[in-house]
Design a protein around this ligand. Structure first.
Ligand code: NAD
Ligand code: WQD
Length: 342
């Protein structure tokens, strides 16, 4: 394992970035975070330092800002970049497509250009299973078709993948890894950092966790007539700590290489909405009563990964099961019912 790297995490104050910062520091690296706090807050930073046992260098900047990023790369010696920064709310992206295309694509392009100027050669990118669109074939493999995305958010992930792959083709110094995350949930087992969405959560787990604390009044299961074992949608939930460790392994893999490689990051197991609610009920020690509601527009019945390529090439495999994912989510939510202090 390569240690003592100095890694720039764009969007590193967010949910997945904060957990990855901690795992990088635990593995012996230093972390620089660039985040404009559009979907996160400063109070996560001391907690990252506390868990990682090292200081974090923080830049409150927009990754789309050329001069600000130039200034960062001039001041800091950076060995590699993990690019988390981006907007990620699917329904918002349908309403405000240009905001999503501008933010998610300009940040990626600006980052690649500044990296080239400052001879920073390695990038790991946060992509998503959403790039596969509505595939009927499961499990999803990396060589299956991508790009027929059902919403602008997904298109920004697909387009960023294309931009990074083409840049790696054109610049033989560049080594890039595209990680296609499935459904990240859970929290660091300390319960000190976790997912803290603004407003009413769109995603299942943060909603269920807030319902379990009493912060949300009702729990709705969207759709019970899907062609699945219990009629509710099946997803490949992945513990955020396993996902964070996948980034450490991805850096270890790419440093010293060039080109672009893509990996699914999931467990390979699918759980239905009802199975997740049941696992969460057990984790929090109370029965969570739900109501069925209409299907959510754009939801596909089933989605899970073939994670075999990551196991073969990165030596990475998810270790934490659904019970652990729910227990760790609950510890975070119970200890921080209103999220981070803002
Ligand atoms: P998050 O919103 O918690 O973190 C993203 C961070 O990026 C936030 O701290 C936000 O303030 C910052 N940011 C956004 N635009 C920025 C900009 N222009 N300049 C600087 N900072 C900016 O989201 P997350 O769940 O941690 O996701 C991280 C990445 O992983 C995102 O790119 C997301 O699209 C991708 N992803 C997330 C999921 C998921 O379900 N959480 C699944 C697949 C892929
Ligand atoms: C899971 C299931 C809902 C809330 C999303 C993005 C995807 C990726 C991961 C970034 C679905 C159901 C939900 C609720 C419910 N993000 N549900 N009641 O849709 O698989 O993926 O996050 O890349 O792009 O689309 O995850 O957690 O939103 O939903 O019944 O209150 O839970 O209908 O079947 P999804 P999710």
């Amino acid at each position: 394992m390569k240690t003592d790297l100095r890694v720039l995490l764009t969007g590193g104050a967010g949910y997945i970035g904060s957990h990855t910062a901690v795992e990088l520091m635990r593995a012996g690296s230093d972390v620089v975070i660039a985040d404009n706090l559009v979907n996160s807050c400063m109070s996560v930073l001391p907690r990252i330092e506390e868990l990682g046992g090292r200081p974090v260098t923080f830049y409150n900047i927009d990754v789309c800002d050329k001069d600000a990023l130039d200034d960062l790369f001039t001041k800091e010696h950076i060995d590699a970049v993990i690019h988390f920064a981006g907007l990620k709310c699917v329904p918002e992206s349908v309403k405000l497509p240009t905001l999503y295309y501008r933010n998610n694509l300009t940040s990626t392009i600006n980052l690649l250009e500044r990296m080239a100027e400052h001879d920073v050669r390695y990038i790991v990118f946060s992509s998503s299973a959403t790039v596969y669109g509505e595939s009927d074939t499961m499990p999803l493999r990396e060589d299956m078709p991508t790009g027929a995305c059902t919403n602008p958010y997904g298109m920004t992930k697909h387009m960023s993948e294309v931009i990074i792959r083409d840049t790696a083709k054109a610049d033989e110094r560049l080594g890039a890894v595209l990680l296609r995350y499935f459904n990240p949930i859970g929290a660091d087992e300390s319960g000190r950092i976790g997912e803290d969405p603004q407003g009413i959560p769109n995603n299942l787990l943060p909603y269920v966790a807030q319902f379990a604390t009493g912060r949300r009044e009702k729990l709705f299961v969207n759709g019970n007539d899907y062609p699945t074992r219990d009629g509710t949608c099946i997803r490949d939930y992945i513990h955020v700590t396993d996902l964070a460790i996948a980034h450490v392994k991805a850096l270890d893999y790419i440093i010293g290489k060039s080109g672009c490689e893509v990996f699914n990051i999931g467990t390979g197991n699918g759980y239905s909405v009802l199975e997740v609610i049941d696992a969460f009920s057990k984790a929090c020690g109370k029965e969570l009563k739900y109501e069925f509601a209409p299907r959510r527009a754009g939801d596909i019945p089933t989605c899970y990964a073939d994670p075999g390529k990551a196991e073969r090439l990165l030596g990475w495999k998810a270790e934490r099961d659904i019970k652990r994912m729910c227990e760790d989510t609950w510890r975070w939510q119970f200890n921080n019912p209103m999220g981070y202090e803002k």
